[in-house]
Ligand binder design. Structure first.
Ligand SMILES: C[S@@+](CC[C@H](N)C(=O)[O-])C[C@H]1O[C@@H](n2cnc3c(N)ncnc32)[C@H](O)[C@@H]1O
Length: 376
């Protein structure tokens, strides 16, 4: 499984994190369960590495990394290989496949946000891409390429955020217009130890089938995701803080005179884990807080302390809230925050005494919010 021939820098640029065998076995499990006569299909992996996703009689592998292709040829000489950039001049012709041939795409394409700042110093744009598969994320380009290849089924790994973050989902363009999630399992990025040093994010092993009406965001919002620790969750089973306050800088709408504090931009749970909450000075990345919304930002601050109790698979979700329950106890959240940030005291006139069992109440709140997903 090791991509030992590559230097650290190249591993990042190629997105080369090879997949453990049990995951490949699971992919074939999904295919076997959902597709009849799988033998009639060509199995294509356009980012095949050492070829570990190829099985059956009609395997085709391609990779931009010539050394990986050499190893694949040695490991599995029975398959056909191409050494090329799979995101350029995408067509079935590239693989000597006609339009009539039945085809399943498998694999673990590189995911690499080409604009994100993490490891930006070594990230390079390693390949040119056809215009119709352009995206800020290389992995989304790969999904778009499978649509271009008119795969009958696609069974690949990719970050769950492609589906559950609305802007990413919209970026799935013709892929989402022509394919629908049929079966899946969520696993943790922690299985690729190198990719995430501290924060694991959810990866989906997803089987998509070609479907006339594709899928819309509502479909994803209501989909029941199964996880590798036997949990099931759907986005619609939570309420989100973003329904009550803005997550993004709001200088344009909120006047300075009304502002009592500043809060760092909020994205998802994993971002909150790394980011600051209340900040002293205003900047391009801060939100102006007014007195009437203050409690909700206190909530976000306290939620951050409880992130260790939130499972990895909810890491890309918006901050969740149980609004009724929160409103019952919102003074507790506020007093707790004002104790942490005494500068805020001047705006409020509560006694500032926390009831003795306040920690227990807050813990109970988060247990009720997260239900079976609460991590002890
Ligand atoms: C996550 S690894 C997966 C390798 C293998 N399928 C596995 O799972 O073990 C991603 C692979 O994509 C290849 N790759 C990256 N960009 C590519 C491109 N534009 N065209 C073809 N392959 C590419 C890398 O060289 C790397 O082998």
């Amino acid at each position: 499984m090791d991509q030992l021939h590559l230097k650290y820098k190249d591993r990042i640029n190629y997105g080369s994190y090879y997949t453990p065998k049990w995951v490949v076995d699971f992919v074939y499990n999904l295919l076997g369960k959902n597709i009849q006569n799988i033998k009639e299909y060509f199995i294509l992996d356009t980012s095949c590495g050492y070829g570990s996703f190829l099985r059956g009689d009609n395997g085709i592998g391609a990779d931009i990394d010539d050394k990986a292709i050499l190893v694949a040829k040695k490991n599995f000489p029975q398959f056909t290989y191409f050494h090329h950039n799979s995101l350029s001049n995408i067509s079935r012709d590239q693989y000597n496949l006609s339009d009539q041939e039945k085809m399943i795409v498998v694999g673990n394409p590189p995911y690499n946000d080409t604009t994100s700042i993490i490891r930006n110093n070594i990230k390079k744009n390693i390949c040119s891409r056809d215009n119709d598969v352009m995206s800020r994320d290389l992995g989304i380009s790969f999904l778009l390429s499978y649509d271009k290849l008119q795969a009958d089924y696609v069974c690949v790994l990719h970050p769950l955020s492609y589906l559950i973050k609305k802007t990413n989902f919209e970026g799935l363009g013709n892929f989402k217009n022509n394919y629908r999630l049929k079966d899946s399992l969520i696993i943790s990025s922690g299985i690729f130890t190198e990719t995430s040093k501290s924060t694991n994010f959810p990866i989906i092993i997803a089987l998509y089938e070609k479907y006339l009406f594709g899928m819309d965001y509502d479909f994803v919002y209501n989909y029941e995701f199964k996880t590798d620790d036997n949990k099931v969750f759907s986005l619609n089973s939570f309420d989100y803080l973003s329904r009550y306050i803005t997550k993004y800088p709001n200088q344009k709408y909120v006047r300075q005179e009304e502002t009592i504090a500043y809060f760092w931009t909020m994205r998802d749970i994993n971002a909150l884990k790394r980011s600051r909450t209340f900040v002293e000075k205003e900047c391009y990345n801060t939100i102006r807080i007014t007195k009437d919304k203050f409690a909700y930002y206190c909530y976000a601050d306290i939620l951050k302390e409880y992130i260790p109790h939130i499972p990895y698979y909810l890491g890309n979700c918006d901050l969740m809230i149980n609004n009724n329950l929160f409103n019952e106890f919102k003074d507790l959240f506020m007093i707790k925050c004002v104790q942490k940030y005494p500068d805020l005291k001047k705006y409020f006139s509560f006694n500032n005494e926390l009831p003795k069992d306040s920690d227990r109440i807050i813990e109970e709140y988060f247990k009720k919010l997260l239900r079976e997903h609460y991590v002890d």
